[in-house]
Design a protein around this ligand. Structure first.
Ligand SMILES: O=C(O)c1ccccc1NCC(=O)[C@H](O)[C@H](O)COP(=O)(O)O
Length: 262
């Protein structure tokens, strides 16, 4: 079974359990539920920033443990002080060691846009994203039908959430709908786990012109960001490179400073 299929199967069970434990009426009582969202796409396009979405990532299927005991409070504040445009928080526990608590903590200490990085397969998770303080959600083209993409987009927009739509190939780009705000090209091949930023470069001309364009995964060199920027990418999602080793916030700062000085 492919890793994505395995994650989705696990997610179905997890969501069914969450639904029975925390009904939607409870989610709607959260203080975040009626709060306005911060626009991820606007922050990415801000001229005073370089478009980095810095990710809080404890572990991953491709790497194993990355930084298991990192503090979401310290890292997220450090990311923002370093000049990141937004923060991505993996909320999946089983495969990424993340949690909804991590996202709530990041929300508590930051005013920036927060992306809930999750394998969304059910409307419940979108309501949940809003209730824990996210501003944007990820929709992964390869695990959703056209109908689900429409339905999930419409619900997210009605809650004020923006959508980052993740694609791996041209066929998946065909599932994009104009209501979606951002499109992300994932440089990670999920069969081999290899990453190659050339993938983002090769596919760029096929992307919808109006969406904010993000290159995701395997980015570990400021020069690569400059190359992707020149090609037309607006934003860059970086997790493992920042999180691996002691001080994610320092690595993020050095990286952003290097882009600015390039
Ligand atoms: O990171 C993985 O190993 C992975 C495996 C299977 C599905 C998704 C996976 N990653 C999720 C992500 O999208 C990345 O965390 C994100 O793009 C940042 O990538 P990186 O900078 O390489 O950590």
């Amino acid at each position: 079974m492919s890793i994505l299929k395995e994650i989705v199967e696990h997610k179905k069970k997890e969501v069914a359990k969450d639904k029975s434990l925390y009904p939607i009426t409870l989610l709607e009582q959260s203080i975040h539920f009626d709060a306005p969202c911060v626009s991820l796409s606007e922050y990415i396009l801000r001229p005073d920033k370089v478009g980095i979405i810095a990710e809080f990532k404890r572990k991953s299927p491709s790497k194993g443990a990355i930084n298991l005991y990192a503090s979401p409070e310290e890292v997220s504040i450090g990311y923002m002080q370093a000049g990141a445009s937004a923060i991505s928080v993996l909320t999946d526990k089983n495969y990424f060691g993340g949690s909804k608590e991590d996202l709530k903590t990041v929300r508590k200490y930051n005013f920036c846009p927060i992306l809930r990085k999750e394998f969304i397969i059910d409307e419940y998770q979108i309501l949940e994203a809003k209730s824990i303080g996210a501003d944007a959600i990820l929709l992964i083209a390869s695990i959703l039908t056209d109908d689900e993409i429409k339905k999930f987009t419409s619900l997210a927009k009605s809650l004020g959430l923006e959508i980052l739509f993740e694609v791996h190939d041209e066929e998946e780009i065909g599932k994009f709908i104009p209501e979606i705000d951002l499109i992300g090209v994932n440089n990670r091949n999920l069969k081999t786990f290899k990453t190659d930023f050339n993938y983002s470069l090769d596919i760029f001309n096929k992307l919808p012109t109006d969406a904010v364009k993000i290159s995701e995964s395997g980015i570990n060199d400021p020069k690569v960001v400059s190359q992707l920027k020149t090609a037309g990418y607006d934003g860059f999602l970086i997790g493992e490179y920042f999180m691996a080793g002691g001080h994610p916030e320092e690595k993020c700062k050095q990286f952003i400073d290097a882009i600015k000085n390039n």
